[in-house]
Design a protein around this ligand. Structure first.
Ligand SMILES: Cc1cc2nc3c(=O)[nH]c(=O)nc-3n(C[C@H](O)[C@H](O)[C@H](O)COP(=O)(O)O)c2cc1C
Ligand code: FES
Length: 468
């Protein structure tokens, strides 16, 4: 029975199907947008992306159609879509925003460089135009603050003139890729030699794990877990295993992963193939933040190139995030790859035992993988000796922004004192400025000044107790 009855406000019509009804026309429209996307639960987020990319927002009717197509409840699709910042849901009776987006970063470095004032200016300038002006969290271009993105075009050191140029030339949807090291250039400087040796059993895999452990390489995604030890743990759980590569880089102020992927993407790709071979992971999932469309395009091209060159010995699957900071946490990222809300899982079990699709999962940050081929190729001491002192191994990619003379990505010894990093690598502080406070590891770390404030506050408190 599908009879629609008009009944009083607040009462449900028990003779008609539950929930929002999906119109046939909406189903046809959304199916056309999804194109050849395979309809599987873990593709839901990509489905939402496709609709968002097409219209610049997702209507309640579109969500209902997606639920029908993916055979999920409307509540579930709604929950997933509303979790992610990048999906702009438009309810009935709400105004549909423009497809074109001017996203202005309001991270710390950009705010210091005047992004709030620019936001107010652009809201006024574009109020009658077809542009949706938004404030967004750090977009990973902090060294050229204030930064913004007009649809696909990144704008460094934003000015009114630059924005208007893009707007009036209608070039905002044109994706321009940076110059990066292509496959042939990487191979000509010895790239993929280590991977080939591993495939041909010319290097013993136990030796490689030992090398990684001896080199002191620790995870560079934040937790600093020893890489070699992680491989042993994941390998100890019976397969089939999977691998994830964390390219979410949502920590405000960080742009190191973007730097490596926009300059030398094959170092990470070779590292991932090596790790997956040694640990025995049958597929590799790369989770990239949607704020980096250039990186996503570079990876698509270069993964395809690996396939043509017969180097892709297992699938590498690219997934895009959707603007949720928490999805950088590995178990939340796994939920997101599975097409769900990015809520961190309770532990134990750790993802090494039960991770993506309930399989033992090896997860690494982009930069961790980036170093692996070089360590295996050049040896343990090559890496160890690059640290600042005997307690630190290797180089680090420091994302420096703020009031230094030359901000940017600085490749410097691990453990370098802050003063040396600023003076020797960044040309010192800008004229008229002195270092008073800094965030050592993104905005979720304590700031230097804050630590001192808490320390002084405790001292003051103890002193006052003494005085009583
Ligand atoms: C809130 C939160 C956000 C995180 N964001 C990232 C991130 O953006 N990229 C990343 O690689 N790791 C991030 N991590 C760390 C990951 O959970 C994980 O430790 C890391 O990806 C492991 O790779 P590694 O061993 O190579 O460092 C985050 C952790 C937390 C708790
Ligand atoms: S791009 Fe604005 S703070 Fe990072």
């Amino acid at each position: 029975m599908n009879k629609i009855q008009k009944i009083g406000k607040g009462k449900r019509d028990y003779f008609s199907p539950k929930g929002r009804q999906v119109e046939e026309a909406s189903l046809i429209r959304i199916k056309a947008i999804l194109g050849d996307l395979e309809i599987r639960r873990d593709h839901l987020i990509e489905g939402l992306h496709k609709v968002q990319d097409h219209y610049g927002s997702i209507s309640a009717q579109d969500l209902a159609a997606l639920a029908e197509i993916f055979r999920l409840s409307q509540a579930e699709v709604n929950e997933v879509a509303s979790f992610y910042h990048h999906f702009q849901i438009v309810r009935e009776n709400e105004q549909v925003p423009s497809k074109s987006k001017l996203r202005i970063c309001d991270g710390v470095s950009c705010e210091m460089a005047g992004s709030n004032e620019l936001f107010d200016l652009f809201c006024r300038e574009f109020s009658s135009q077809e542009v949706d002006v938004q404030k967004v969290p750090c977009i990973g271009r902090c060294a050229s603050a204030p930064a913004a993105r007009f649809d696909k075009v990144p704008i460094d050191e934003v000015t009114e003139k630059k924005v208007k140029e893009i707007f009036f030339t209608k070039s905002s949807y044109r994706l321009r890729l940076p110059q990066y090291e292509k496959f042939d250039d990487y191979v000509s400087r010895g790239g993929y030699a280590v991977f080939k040796k591993i495939k041909n059993k010319q290097i013993d895999e136990k030796n490689i794990i030992k090398m990684l452990s001896d080199s002191g390489l620790r995870g560079l995604g934040g937790a600093g877990f020893p890489a070699g030890r992680k491989w042993e743990i994941v390998k100890s759980f019976s397969g089939p295993r999977l691998m994830t590569v964390n390219g979410d880089e949502g920590e405000p102020g960080t742009f190191k992963d973007r730097y490596w992927l926009e300059s030398k993407p094959h170092q990470m790709l070779e590292g991932a193939l090596i790790a997956a071979n040694i640990v025995g992971c049958e597929k590799i999932y790369i989770y990239m933040r949607d704020e980096y469309p250039e990186v996503i395009e570079i990876l698509k091209r270069e993964i395809y190139k690996l396939e043509i060159e017969n180097l892709l010995d297992r699938p590498i699957i690219l997934r895009r995030g959707a603007g949720a900071y928490i999805c950088g946490e590995e178990s939340a990222m796994i939920e997101s790859i599975e097409g769900k809300r990015g809520l961190p899982r309770h532990r134990p079990p750790y993802i090494a035992e039960i991770g993506l699709f309930n399989r033992p999962t090896l997860n690494h940050n982009i930069e961790t993988l980036n170093w692996m081929p070089q360590i295996i190729d050049n040896g343990v001491n090559w890496f160890k000796n690059k640290g600042w002192d005997e307690n630190h191994s290797g180089l680090r990619s420091y994302s420096v922004s703020g009031r230094v003379k030359n901000p940017g990505l600085k490749l410097a010894p691990a453990g370098i004192p802050l003063r040396n990093l600023i003076d020797d690598y960044c040309g010192g502080m800008q004229a008229g400025h002195e270092l008073k406070a800094f965030f050592p590891g993104g905005a979720s770390a304590v700031s230097y000044q804050q630590t001192w404030s808490i320390f002084l506050w405790i001292l003051a408190y103890l002193k006052s107790m003494e005085d009583l």
